[in-house]
Design a protein. Structure first.
Length: 195
């Protein structure tokens, strides 16, 4: 059961709002770019991304008003509908290692990987649509926003990158949702981008 009461978001710590908000955003992005995406999930994802674009800059605000909180909740709810049809993909699968072994909150782990994931995706029409709906001019602007949002780089050794990359390649549930072939080298390149 989910209680979509926007007042819940008004006084929560900013870090929780940011991490859970970016997790919802990654649901929208990954579902939209999934090999399981369809006309219904895409329509939902586009509406969710549009809503998210209206409030993305408020994630770090000291105080959100009820209307902004409501938009975040609606976008998050739509994101849940999207992944129930299309699933999540590489950022979620890759983010688990950062959460389990580096103690990085789940949404933040996904967010650290999002820019390079979008750079890796071959469907540039959809990538550009995502950026447009979120009101970013280009992928670098989106990356700069995420860098400021998290203001942190992480440390991964070469050994960890190799281990995490091989583990991700073995995660067939997440890999099957990515529409093109993914190699260990591809995964390692994405991980290296967060260093």
């Amino acid at each position: 059961m989910s209680f979509l009461d926007p007042s819940y978001l008004i006084n929560i710590p900013i870090s929780i709002r940011v991490n859970t908000g970016i997790d919802a955003l990654s649901h929208l992005i990954e579902g939209y770019l999934s090999s399981n995406a369809n006309i219904l999930s895409d329509s939902l994802a586009e509406k969710g991304l549009e809503y998210f674009g209206d409030c993305i800059y408020y994630l770090q605000s000291e105080k959100l008003n009820l209307k902004q909180c409501e938009k975040l909740l609606v976008a998050s709810t739509i994101a849940g509908m999207v992944i129930s049809q299309a699933g999540t993909s590489l950022p979620h699968g890759m983010g688990y290692a950062l959460t389990y072994y580096k103690n990085i909150p789940h949404g933040k782990a996904n967010g650290l990987l999002l820019k390079e994931y979008l750079n890796f995706c071959s469907d540039k029409l959809k990538v550009n649509k995502i950026l447009s709906l979120l009101k970013f001019n280009n992928l670098d602007d989106f990356g700069t926003f995420l860098d400021k949002l998290f203001d942190e780089k992480i440390s991964l050794s070469e050994k960890e990158i190799i281990e995490y990359s091989y583990s991700m390649v073995g995660n067939t549930l997440k890999l099957k949702n990515h529409p093109t072939k993914v190699t260990v080298e591809d995964i390692a390149t994405i991980y290296k981008s967060v260093l």
